[in-house]
Design a protein around this ligand. Structure first.
Ligand code: HEC
Ligand code: HEC
Length: 208
């Protein structure tokens, strides 16, 4: 965790977060990690990044449920970044801001313990671009940018594909883009680039 993350995490009560995280345990684990293909690992993820994702997922879930109105004129990143997901919606829709902060503090405080079952791969050329933001070995310095080292390969691939197709969906009026930065990064990649870079990061140790 970066210094600012440690500061932020100590504000949210990680211990309270652990109680709420029991509802997340089936899919994200709680004291130890569980790995389900396509599901992200959260242990040791950046606090600020997670708290932002959860707020966006909650807004998306409410918009989808029809309990919050989406104003297309609202250009704030929260309203534009829509991240609705059938698995997550029921679990985030009722969370308060404090609960989101506490759960994020809890997961950020966990040491990632991914057991590497396969050897690291040589870095694809493309990695030069990613490391500017995600760090040299997939551990970001900036707390708004997620760590991607040791993350589930299928999850990474699905997110990259979602960024890639976000433009099309936007043209469709659906506004499902969750990050303009990443949409731009993924836009020119082939399916093979996406598969290669996802596998590469999934095999890097998540603890640096
Ligand atoms: C039924 C399974 C399930 C449960 C329960 C669940 N999640 Fe998730 N979660 C997922 C899946 C699947 C994704 C990937 C969604 C996507 O494609 O964007 C996800 C994504 C996330 C992300 C985004 C991770 C990232 O790297 O951007 C966060 C944060 C998260 N979940 C937190 C939670 C929290 C906190 C809870 C409990 C309150 C919870 N989840 C409960 C399945 C679940
Ligand atoms: C200019 C900075 C920047 C560059 C360059 C960049 N990223 Fe990102 N990336 C981000 C930010 C910021 C986010 C968080 C977006 C959000 O808040 O939803 C992100 C999110 C992601 C995610 C989602 C992770 C998760 O847990 O859901 C993946 C995967 C990813 N980036 C992969 C890559 C890859 C692969 C490259 C190189 C091809 C790359 N990024 C280049 C800034 C960048």
């Amino acid at each position: 965790m970066s210094t600012s993350d440690v500061y932020a995490a100590s504000k949210g009560a990680a211990q309270k977060g652990r109680v709420i995280a029991e509802t997340c345990a089936n899919c994200h684990g709680i004291d130890s990690e569980i790995k389900i293909a396509g599901f992200p690992t959260l242990a040791g993820q950046k606090y600020k990044y997670m708290a932002k994702q959860l707020r966006e997922m909650r807004a998306s879930a409410k918009i989808r449920a029809g309990t919050q109105i989406f104003k297309s004129s609202d250009t704030s990143s929260l309203m534009r970044a829509r991240r609705s997901n059938d698995f997550m919606d029921p679990f985030v829709i009722e969370l308060s801001d404090t609960e989101i902060d506490d759960i994020s503090a809890y997961y950020a405080s966990l040491r990632c313990r991914a057991v590497m079952t396969a050897l690291p791969l040589p870095a694809p050329k493309l990695e030069n671009r990613c490391q500017i933001c995600h760090g040299k070995r997939g551990i970001a310095k900036n707390s708004n940018i997620p760590n991607i080292a040791g993350q589930d390969a299928l999850y990474l691939e699905q997110q990259m594909q979602a960024f890639w197709s976000a433009k099309l969906q936007k043209d469709d009026g659906q506004e499902r883009c969750r990050s303009a930065i990443m949409e731009g990064q993924a836009a020119k990649l082939s399916d093979k680039d996406i598969a290669d870079i996802s596998l590469y990061y999934s095999r890097l140790p998540c603890d640096g």
